[in-house]
Write a protein that binds this ligand. Structure first.
Ligand SMILES: Nc1nc2c(ncn2[C@@H]2O[C@H](COP(=O)(O)OP(=O)(O)O)[C@@H](O)[C@H]2O)c(=O)[nH]1
Ligand SMILES: Nc1ncnc2c1ncn2[C@@H]1O[C@H](COP(=O)(O)OP(=O)(O)O)[C@@H](O)[C@H]1O
Length: 180
């Protein structure tokens, strides 16, 4: 099976970005209207654009989907997904469940959806350690049940509690070799 794209989904702080980095594939760069954070570069972490530009792309049928998150728009262009299949080099992406489901619908078996899960206690601790505001922690935990339920749509779910980090990374390594 040759995959064009590997999509990670799961609750906040479950370890999606960590496991994505371990997999080592080039990332699909998505669009956002949020301001770049320190150290972020246009075209690397995201394509940074205005809300109006992203909405226009959506109206023109150039976006697979757009999603509102904390007052900002996010979206994946169809072209970025098509490119992922063309050069034989698979790409990876982190998406919330709605976006991940649409990628699966568009690409079928060429998309591998990897769910990442961890216990509520572990996630609360990791968010606490991130030193974000209490309000931000509560906001992220509020979607916990929904994110856990949405793991049902994934092709594989990796448990990434602290006691399982090595197992989780071995599974990613196994998938990585399978993609070579
Ligand atoms: N549906 C969808 N979600 C996206 C897209 N790009 C990023 N996201 C999600 O938007 C959320 C916010 O991302 P970000 O602003 O980088 O902050 P983070 O929560 O610190 O990762 C994360 O859950 C991302 O996975 C996209 O193109 N489509
Ligand atoms: N397999 C792992 N090994 C070591 N640390 C991990 C692992 N998975 C997650 N973490 C830690 O947990 C925290 C949340 O992980 P992160 O990848 O940022 O989550 P997400 O992208 O899902 O929000 C980070 O501090 C990260 O270093």
């Amino acid at each position: 099976m040759s995959f064009s794209i590997v999509v990670f989904q799961g609750p906040s702080a479950s370890g999606k970005s960590t496991l994505q980095a371990r997999l080592g594939l080039p990332r699909i760069v998505t669009w956002t209207s949020r301001a770049p954070r320190a150290g972020e570069q246009d075209g690397r972490e995201y394509h940074f654009a205005t809300r109006e530009q992203i909405e226009l792309m959506h109206r023109q049928g150039r976006m697979l989907e757009i999603n509102e998150y904390r007052g900002n728009l996010y979206g994946t262009s169809i072209r970025s997904l098509e490119e992922a299949g063309q050069d034989g080099q698979p790409r990876s992406s982190v998406m919330e469940p709605k976006g991940a489901r649409l990628v699966k619908q568009l690409l079928g078996e060429r998309a591998l959806l990897i769910g990442v899960s961890a216990s509520r206690e572990q996630l609360e601790r990791r968010l606490f350690e991130r030193k974000v505001s209490i309000e931000e922690q509560q906001f992220r935990m509020a979607s916990f049940d929904e994110e856990m339920a949405a793991l049902a749509q994934c092709d594989i779910v990796i448990r990434n509690d602290e006691s399982q980090f090595r197992v989780a990374e071995s599974i990613i390594e196994y998938i990585r070799r399978g993609l070579e």
